[in-house]
Design a protein. Structure first.
Length: 551
């Protein structure tokens, strides 16, 4: 009989999913039992504590840092009120969407994240197609998110150079070269120092929070001029060409970038002890911390500025904000460098997450040459091939920036769109098939709010799928065209070609199979320690039985 792992879940920082006792018998932890029941075997060390997982999640989402890259768009769309209320509405919407995703993460913890959830909640006939489409959307979206973090880092470096030398006008190819260097450095850290990742995530977590506090206090204390509450909360200054109502809708969509990638921690679920309990908590805490930092930071920006038009016209708006608030080039450069450092941390974290998602998708044969990308380095215990594949995509995609910054920036918006669509696909399936019928018992439950959360998420993301295809400003010209609609069509074509070109015959998703684990079913409730092991076993056993019948 297999031995039970009784290691306390709240104190463990690293748990091996599979251990061997003196007699050579394999001993499975509770986490490994559940993972194998879902068709996978643990290959990565469970090195992320719950705090390290929270650090990674926040370092990627990093709401106040994300605002620094995007607030100029809602500022142009309607001034101070558009920035403040746009982020407020986006926070509420993204919290609801994240809650629905967190419940699924609690029920089916896996590094595959959304595509795995879509597979688990779908019918036998539809699960492969649903998982394949969702997997490609989330994989591409994560690569685009990594690209956005790296390119903004490069832009900040060159903006600082021109800030001190007015005669220096950075070119797009110079930005690309720095972007290339940043991407390569981040990939090397992820691939060849994987054991340092938890410590690095904690470092960047505290680096971000301390940066927020220092910048927030300094801006309010140092700024001699304070904007009036009327300018900040009431006075609309819509320069978009759209009506005030439509400009607000578009601004909210842009503000969703502030709460982007809340699914990050789901993709390290196989590296976190007791992920069904810790992962959803981390996702919700990420939103709480994000909201608690970004709203005060917005107020500091808007009240400490004295020329919003100059900020809108600046090559790096946050640098201009710091300069207006402090009146010192040195202070402005220092705080901008602090943001730059945090964005580099986000680039590392994004590539680590992208690599793990790509590896998980390849493990289920969702990619071309999946056997190659599904390999885990034996010594380093990290998916090097998949991570370098993501870095290569980022590097090649960045070439678009040399030809057209407008096309590049428009396509980056696709990361917001694709990620949110991947969030709602499994929620939509769940709502359609019936929550009580599909979901097993789990640590994080939405209860009576569940149907509302799932329905709202579907309606919201469907609506914004359409809105993201609209141009941000009118009149629309070739130079300001929104390329998102073009990319949506391109991605649909790519997925269709891959699916009908052969993957519909070879992609079957995880091989749900409880055979060989029956002896542990009577102990699963005790091992899990949450009082729901038996129900979970029944659901997974039924799923395995259905898969075998379909085969």
């Amino acid at each position: 009989m297999e031995k039970v792992d009784n290691t306390p879940r709240d104190t463990v920082d690293s748990v091996d999913p599979v251990q061997t006792n003196e007699g050579g018998d394999e001993t499975l932890s509770a986490d490994e039992i559940l993972l194998r029941a879902q068709g996978h075997k643990g290959e990565l060390p469970r090195q992320f504590s719950s705090f390290a997982a929270l650090s990674l999640a926040f370092v990627i989402t990093n709401s106040w840092i994300g605002l620094c890259a995007t607030f100029v768009t809602p500022l142009i769309l309607g001034g101070g009120p558009m920035v403040f209320f746009g982020v407020l509405v986006a926070a509420v919407a993204c919290t609801i969407i994240t809650a629905g995703l967190a419940e699924l993460a609690s029920a089916y913890p896996s590094s595959g994240g959304q595509y795995h959830f879509a597979f688990m909640v779908s019918s036998v006939k539809a699960r492969a197609a649903a998982a394949f489409v969702t997997g490609w959307l989330s994989t591409l979206a994560w690569c685009l998110t990594s690209t956005s973090a790296s390119i903004f880092d490069a832009q900040m470096i060159l903006a600082l150079a021109s800030f001190y030398n007015a005669d220096f006008a950075p070119t797009q190819w110079q930005t690309y070269l720095i972007f290339l260097l940043i991407t390569i450095l981040a990939a090397l850290v992820v691939c060849y120092a994987p054991r340092l990742l938890p410590a690095l995530e904690k470092f960047f977590f505290w680096c971000s929070l301390s940066g927020f506090l220092v910048a927030f206090i300094t801006m309010l204390a140092a700024s001699r001029h304070k904007e009036s509450a009327h300018v900040v909360f009431v006075e609309y200054n819509n320069q978009s060409g759209w009506s005030d109502g439509m400009s607000f809708v578009i601004a909210v969509g842009t503000c969703m970038y502030t709460f982007l990638a809340t699914d990050a921690t789901t993709h390290i679920a196989e590296e976190v002890p007791d992920p069904g309990r810790h992962i959803p908590r981390v996702m919700i805490l990420t939103m709480v911390i994000g909201f608690g930092t970004v709203m005060p930071f917005i107020l500091a920006i808007l009240f400490s500025s004295n020329d919003l038009d100059a900020i809108s016209a600046s090559a790096l708006p946050i640098l201009e904000v710091y300069y207006q608030a402090t009146g010192s080039k040195g202070a402005a450069a220092f705080f901008t460098f602090w943001i730059l450092l945090n964005y580099f941390g986000a680039t590392i974290s994004c590539l680590a997450t992208s690599g793990r998602l790509t590896w998980a998708f390849a493990r289920d044969n969702g990619l071309p040459y999946s056997h190659f990308f599904a390999r885990v380095h034996r010594t380093l215990e990290t998916p090097i091939n998949a991570t370098f594949a993501c870095a290569t995509f980022v590097v090649l995609y960045g070439l678009i920036y040399i030809g057209s910054t407008t096309a590049f920036n428009s396509i980056i918006n696709m990361s917001i769109l694709a990620l949110n669509v991947s969030y709602v696909v499994p929620q939509g399936i769940l709502l359609y098939r019936g929550r009580n019928k599909v979901l097993p018992s789990r640590s994080f439950k939405l209860g009576p709010l569940g149907p509302f959360v799932n329905a709202f998420s579907c309606v919201w993301c469907t609506f914004y799928t359409i809105i993201f295809c609209f141009p941000t400003f009118l009149p629309a010209e070739v130079g300001s065209m929104n390329y998102v609609s073009v990319v949506v069509v391109g991605i649909i074509v790519i997925i269709a070609v891959l699916w009908y070109g052969g993957k519909r015959k070879t992609f079957v998703g995880p091989n749900l199979n409880f055979e060989g684990l029956e002896i542990t079913q009577e102990h699963l409730q005790e091992i899990q320690g949450h009082g729901h092991g038996h129900r979970h076993s029944e659901v997974l056993t039924d799923a395995a039985s259905s898969s075998q019948k379909a085969a």
